[in-house]
Design a binder for this molecule. Structure first.
Ligand SMILES: Nc1ncnc2c1ncn2[C@@H]1O[C@H](COP(=O)(O)OP(=O)(O)OP(=O)(O)O)[C@@H](O)[C@H]1O
Length: 333
């Protein structure tokens, strides 16, 4: 990458599977078919407008920008691409200086522009974005900007109207799982099918997160669902639903035992437990009626607030289980 020592980068990033298995060309990008088809047209035409890539984390925005540059300029594309992170750079002045210097640098053969990739553009204030807009206009003869953002609504209208818009979507289950299997096979990692399902559930269509969980788990041995939960610091959903159902049956002491076991075994904080309970009561696996679901969600919000304000988590979670026991009896759950 421009301004970055390539050799140093590769020794670090080679260790990361997200980098090692980052698609290099547009045709290798998974799932974002409409987007890659449109980007390939720019490659054919050797021309493109400014682009705005929007969508959730880990869905291929940065990857697509690099792959586009690769397909336009070839293997040594990095000299014709400047990557800046809007939230790292010290304000618009630094960005302006870097773009100015980059605009003066060597131009690519055959293609009349270079690419500036500005990551996390939605973190810029609207004043900084106004300045960025002027910058885009000033250098539009020699550069094209690709702005990547999680929340496109935070990008000011004058910029949006100057960019072609690309919406990236969360990756589908089968795509994430296929990719994880491909990587696991290449790396000689032993895994259980269930564990990959769980990695997908936890990562929610974020491929970076999914690959990172796979890699962290694989360091510890065969990738099982048990191991995955340990790595991400989550209890097995079944332990959480057991705890809730036990409390609802009025077995408070037993439910507290499960809570203790879960917290110690998985090293969870009170807040982690609250988040997991919330996840489970909203999920399909737990057998409770809607009225109870609403009451639990409401009370859990209160417990979460108290813990985050510094209240003793053991007392709060015990109070929650005691409340569940009482509600269970009252509502006959
Ligand atoms: N569509 C995809 N096809 C194949 N691999 C992908 C895809 N999307 C993400 N990945 C994998 O996840 C990693 C992270 O993706 P990338 O950096 O492109 O995400 P991003 O959308 O830019 O996320 P962020 O918003 O957090 O910057 C890549 O290095 C790659 O390994």
């Amino acid at each position: 990458m421009h301004l970055i020592n390539g050799e140093k980068m590769s020794s670090v990033t080679e260790l990361l599977w997200t980098e090692k298995y980052r698609p290099r060309t547009l045709k290798d990008i998974i799932n974002q078919q409409d987007i890659t088809t449109r980007l390939m047209k720019f490659v054919q035409e050797k021309n493109m407008p400014h682009l705005l890539f929007a969508g959730p984390p880990g869905t291929g925005k940065t990857t697509a920008a690099h792959a586009l540059a690769h397909d336009l300029y070839g293997e040594s594309y990095q000299q014709f691409m400047l990557e800046l992170n809007a939230s790292d750079e010290r304000g618009i002045d630094t960005i302006r200086e870097k773009v100015k210097e980059f605009a003066r640098s060597k131009t690519p053969p055959e293609i009349p522009f270079k690419i500036v990739l500005l990551d996390e553009a939605d973190n810029m204030t609207s004043d900084a974005q106004q300045a960025l807009r002027r910058l885009m206009e000033l250098y539009s003869a020699s550069t094209r900007f690709i702005l990547a953002a999680n929340y496109p609504s935070k990008i000011i209208d004058p910029i949006q109207s100057r960019c072609a818009f690309f919406r990236f979507t969360s990756l589908k289950k089968e795509d994430v799982i296929d990719r994880l299997k491909y990587i696991a096979d290449k790396e000689g990692v032993d895994y259980e099918e269930d564990a990959l399902d769980i990695i997908f559930e936890i990562s929610e269509g974020d491929m970076r997160k999914a690959i990172n969980i796979l890699q962290a788990s694989a360091y510890l041995g065969k990738v099982t669902s048990e191991l995955v939960f340990k790595v991400v610091g989550m209890a097995r959903p079944k332990d959480i639903t057991d705890m809730i159902e036990t409390a609802l049956k009025g077995n408070f002491i037993e439910a507290r035992e499960i809570l203790r076991k879960v917290m110690i075994e998985y090293g969870l904080s009170g807040e982690d437990v609250v988040k997991q309970i919330h996840r489970e009561i909203m999920g399909p696996d737990i057998k409770i009626n809607d009225e109870l679901r609403v009451l639990i969600a409401d009370y859990l919000g209160e417990i979460h607030f108290r813990i985050s304000e510094g209240s003793d988590e053991d007392i709060q979670l015990s109070a929650f289980l005691a409340w569940l026991s009482m509600m269970g009896k009252k509502l006959g759950a």
